[in-house]
Ligand binder design. Structure first.
Ligand SMILES: O=C(O)CCC(=O)C(=O)O
Length: 265
């Protein structure tokens, strides 16, 4: 077990609240590697826009595979995989990961939703034993559209979801009632802070009204025992997730950056 994985108290917080924020889960040096590679090498051609009901857009660059790069080193890092397995109580496998961009002034909002609202319908998964880990690449605060959560909402189970703009939103009547009963928490994060959240936790985010970008890397995992029952889904079924030592982040960060600087990427 990695020395940097979540503590028993953090696991208990996650079970009670549906989320837990691990401060400085990744350190400054690891984040510097990620930050410079993400910002310099963003592959806009392969990204797509998620349009909110106001017509503002966030960009997503999503991958279902794990090539030899710095993003995979974060997904596969011992501290990440060990922590996710503690939270899921099972062997974890990589479901997908995505860079989420909310650019200054133009980055759009995300309506209240549960990730299981998307994953249930589209991925033939039978149980909500799935979660996401959002790693802050930039500082995330209220004015640049940090993640908001309804604390404890994972306990209400999966709600119906409906299209809103180019996204899916949870049943608005139920969300309103839940807002009356549950605490809304703004997850303000510094680079390296990581928010782990249950796939049934209701979450949303506002548009970026600031001059500062809000980029995050979200790593999504499923439990081995929740292997989808067919392969019609948009994310993969179970395959063994090899753990890499945390030191691979700096190694790959250095080699990938040199390749980019030399024009080889
Ligand atoms: O990036 C955000 O602000 C929200 C992203 C989100 O809700 C999701 O990926 O499920």
């Amino acid at each position: 077990m990695s020395d940097h994985s979540l503590t028993a108290a953090q696991v208990a917080d996650f079970k009670r609240d549906g989320y837990v924020v691990a401060r400085s889960f990744f350190d400054q040096e690891q984040m510097d590697h990620l930050h410079r590679i993400a910002k310099a090498g963003f592959d806009i051609e392969n990204s797509y826009a998620a349009i909110d009901p106001e017509g503002k857009s966030s960009r997503l660059l999503l991958r279902n595979d794990l090539p030899e790069d710095i993003y995979s080193a974060f997904v596969r890092s011992e501290r990440m995989v060990d922590s996710v397995e503690l939270l899921l109580g099972d062997e974890a496998y990589h479901f997908h990961h995505k860079l989420m961009l909310k650019e200054p002034r133009v980055g759009g909002a995300w309506p209240w939703h549960q990730d299981y609202g998307y994953w249930y319908d589209k991925n033939s998964c039978l149980f909500p034993t799935m979660l996401s880990a959002m790693i802050a690449v930039d500082k995330a605060s209220i004015d640049n559209g940090c993640l908001q959560v309804l604390k404890g909402s994972h306990l209400c189970g999966r709600l119906d979801h409906f299209p809103t703009g180019g996204q899916l939103g949870a049943d608005p009547e139920r969300v309103d009632h839940l807002k009356d009963r549950l605490e809304l928490v703004n997850l303000e994060l510094d680079p390296g802070d990581t928010a782990f959240f249950d796939c049934n936790l209701l979450h949303a985010s506002q548009a970026n009204t600031s001059e500062r970008a809000r980029w995050t890397l979200i790593c999504c995992f499923n439990a081995k025992s929740n292997d989808p029952f067919d392969d019609r889904g948009e994310h993969p079924g179970y395959s063994y997730l090899e753990r890499w030592p945390d030191s691979r982040i700096a190694e790959l960060g250095t080699t990938q950056w040199s390749a980019m600087a030399g024009g080889n990427v």
